[in-house]
Ligand binder design. Structure first.
Ligand code: FMN
Length: 327
């Protein structure tokens, strides 16, 4: 495959793993990169500079191919502005291939000088956005690419609530830098569709949880196979931190608190990061908000990352050939 993304990073496939708190660590990151795409190391998993540098080192021991680092700049109890600056400084010093920034853009969060330092170090900057206006801002600020994340995505979709189907072409027709589709992608058909919509690549997260290399309890992987596309819910809209998670007991509790006007104080114990970490490890799928996208409805097996990506690419080609036959 040849797109602006494969050319920019020198990778085989324009398939990128999205950030996943607690899950995007060296093993999964290297597995995606070794399979020809771009893995993700999520910086928020590491509390200190030493731990973060060690994670980069470990990833580089497992793969000699490029990978992305995510820095999430959203309100958080544990990850402070000092953490954000530390992550960015380390990424520049370590000359990582690329950065996935989500939430507040770098110029507003930490200042333009960080963009200059990262660009000088050769780090490619991508911002994950849910609107055309945020894509335009990122392009003006000097980013190298845009992740266009529709409302289908797991994690924290923007509360503009625009679908991937509309967001990708709107952003692709507006900015000149490459656009990657995020949200609703999990198989060859959706990869083919994203390319047809004007994307230069795709990002997936939920799909990568159900792979052999993802270090999560097997119950979670089995639950992903069982769940269908209508079994996710949007939570925490009331506190300005909308998130998409699979429907479970805990999500019902969160929605009940929100419906009665319960604010941050009542919600924090339910959505706390350590609760999520414990649930991923124990496999208790009712105990925490388990972030997942509507793409969960397209996932039916637990392949290796290599098997998954080779299948996606072969199926996408078949789909595009089939569609070409229509005209
Ligand atoms: C378990 C999980 C954890 C996530 N954690 C983060 C995160 O820490 N930062 C972030 O920017 N996005 C996070 N996301 C969002 C993903 O990076 C990606 O944008 C989204 O999940 C794509 O939709 P998909 O899961 O349907 O492929 C997370 C998603 C999942 C499924």
């Amino acid at each position: 495959m040849k797109t602006a993304i494969t050319e920019m990073f020198g990778v085989q496939y324009p398939i990128i793993c999205g950030a996943m708190m607690w899950l995007c660590k060296p093993t999964l990151c290297a597995a995606v990169s070794n399979a020809g795409g771009l893995g993700n190391l999520t910086a928020g998993n590491y509390a200190t500079e030493e731990e973060f540098r060690e994670a980069i080192r470990q990833t580089r021991q497992l793969t000699d191919r490029p990978f992305m680092v995510n820095v999430t700049i959203l309100p958080s109890v544990h990850i402070t502005a000092e953490h954000h600056k530390m992550y960015l400084k380390v990424c520049a010093e370590e000359k990582v291939a690329g950065l996935e920034i989500s939430g507040t853009p770098l110029d507003k969060a930490v200042g333009r000088e960080f963009i200059d330092i990262l660009k000088k170090a050769g780090v490619k900057l991508f911002h994950k956005v849910g609107s055309v206006r945020h894509a335009v801002h990122a392009e003006k600020a000097g980013y190298d690419g845009i992740y266009a994340a529709g409302i289908e995505e797991g994690g924290h979709p923007l509360d503009d609530d625009v679908t991937t189907m509309v967001l990708t072409p709107r952003i692709a027709e507006t900015v000149k830098i490459p656009v990657v589709t995020v949200g609703g992608i999990a198989d060859g058909r959706t990869l083919a569709a994203a390319l047809a919509l004007g994307a230069q690549g795709v990002m997936m997260a939920t799909r990568f949880v159900a792979t052999k290399e993802c270090e999560v309890h097997d119950n979670i992987k089995q639950e992903i196979i069982r769940r269908q596309e209508f079994e996710t819910a949007l939570i925490c809209k009331s506190i300005g931190l909308q998130g998409r998670a699979i429907k479970n007991k805990l999500v019902e509790d969160v929605l009940a608190v929100e419906a009665t006007g319960g604010g941050l104080e009542k919600l924090i114990p339910l959505i706390a990061g350590n609760r999520v970490k414990a649930a991923w490890e124990s496999g208790n799928v009712d105990d925490a908000p388990m972030m997942m996208g509507q793409s969960v409805g397209l996932i039916r097996d637990i392949p290796t990352c290599k098997e998954l990506m080779e299948r996606l690419v072969a199926d996408a080609k078949e789909d595009i050939d089939r569609v070409q036959g229509i005209f």
